[in-house]
Design a protein around this ligand. Structure first.
Ligand SMILES: [Zn+2]
Ligand SMILES: [Zn+2]
Length: 104
């Protein structure tokens, strides 16, 4: 059951976030720490993962021609791309070259 005390703490974290370089990251980090402190069974990792989940919003990239998510850069149906993106977080262009792809 949430009480006034919780609302105050959450409002404080949101209010402080406006001075941060990465407000959403600040809120995620501080809220999850707060919840963990309030509830020993709270799963911080799971919470942070859920904060990053979204419906991909694909638009055709004018740069590489793939359908690319506007929000996270995911390429629909691909693991790597010559524009440099890779699902692994590495350099997709380099990975393609290493796989023997000719991309010049
Ligand atoms: Zn996305
Ligand atoms: Zn691409």
């Amino acid at each position: 059951m949430l009480s006034r005390r919780h609302y105050q703490e959450i409002a404080k974290i949101i209010a402080e976030s406006r001075w941060e370089w990465d407000p959403v990251g600040y809120i995620q980090e501080n809220l999850s720490s707060y919840f963990a402190q309030e509830n020993p069974r709270f799963d911080k990792e799971k919470f942070l993962a859920a904060c990053h989940e979204h419906e991909h919003d694909y638009l055709r990239s004018t740069y590489c021609g793939a359908m690319v998510c506007d929000r996270c850069g995911d390429h629909q149906g691909f693991d790597r791309c010559y524009c440099g993106w890779a699902v692994s977080g590495g350099n997709g262009r380099q990975e393609l070259i290493e796989m023997g792809e000719n991309i010049d």
